[in-house]
Design a protein. Structure first.
Length: 255
């Protein structure tokens, strides 16, 4: 050994090997904890349906969590989740929610309303309020699933029913054809697409909402085109305010 050379304490080969294995194992655990979902993350199939409805639609492949916020990192899957959720909701179930627990009524429709906002630019809060008002909280879903009073023909055809229109300063009883849908998800998506018809009020509503995200201004712009009732806009805005629907939709919460 040369004088002044450093002295190295050489470890046996097996000890070095064990230390390396321990180091890599710890490193793997740290990496996994950073990039793997937290064990408290809500599975995607738990996000789209009120527990009050899910209790009547139990499945081995689905479980639900009440008072659970939607994780914004997986909101991108909302179209699939909303579709699967609302396809399983019956007219009687939505009607029961609307009469017994209006908050649950909105929670059931919320994911689809959010997806419609993303696709069509229609505020989810307005969609929810219109569903409540037009259907009498689910009691009068035309043709089974038409909760928006949309006229014409839908994917499931049409149905002719009596209705009232405000004409020349008074309500007049008439009959008209209304669209039929196969489920509530179809109804929500069609509702969003309706506002892309070439009506001045609809175009102004969509353009203004895209620019300023003001939900109340949207219904002010489109209300007179959507319905003939002179109180329609105020009726919708009252529901939005009473149930805090703007805050619900902006914060994606279901609790």
């Amino acid at each position: 050994m040369l004088e002044g050379a450093p002295v190295f304490n050489l470890l046996p080969l097996q000890i070095l090997k064990d230390n390396f294995i321990n180091f890599t194992s710890n490193l793997t655990q740290k990496i996994t904890s950073v990039f793997s979902p937290s064990t408290t993350l809500i599975p995607p199939d738990q996000l789209f349906l009120s527990t009050k409805v899910s209790q009547n639609n139990s499945s081995a492949n689905f479980s639900f969590v009440d008072q659970a916020p939607i994780n914004k990192n997986i909101v991108g899957r909302s179209r699939y989740l909303a579709a699967e959720g609302l396809k399983r909701v019956s007219t009687n179930e939505l009607k029961e929610l609307g009469q017994k627990n209006k908050k649950e009524f909105f929670k059931t429709l919320l994911p689809a309303a959010l997806e419609a906002e993303k696709i069509y630019g229609v505020p989810a809060s307005v969609t929810l309020a219109q569903a409540a008002l037009e259907s009498g909280w689910g009691k009068h879903a035309i043709g089974g699933y038409n909760i928006f009073g949309i006229k014409g023909k839908g994917p499931a055809g049409s149905v002719n029913v009596p209705t009232k229109e405000f004409i020349n300063g008074k309500y007049v009883a008439i009959r008209d054809n209304f669209a039929k849908y196969n489920d509530f998800y179809e109804a929500v998506m069609k509702h969003g697409s309706v506002f892309h018809a070439r009506y001045k009020g609809y175009q102004k509503g969509l353009n203004d909402f895209a620019a300023n995200k003001n939900d109340y201004q949207f219904i002010d712009n489109v209300g007179s085109t959507y319905a003939t009732s002179p109180t329609y806009k105020n009726d919708i805005k009252k529901i939005m305010k009473d149930f805090d629907l703007v805050n619900m939709s902006k914060n994606y919460y279901l609790a």
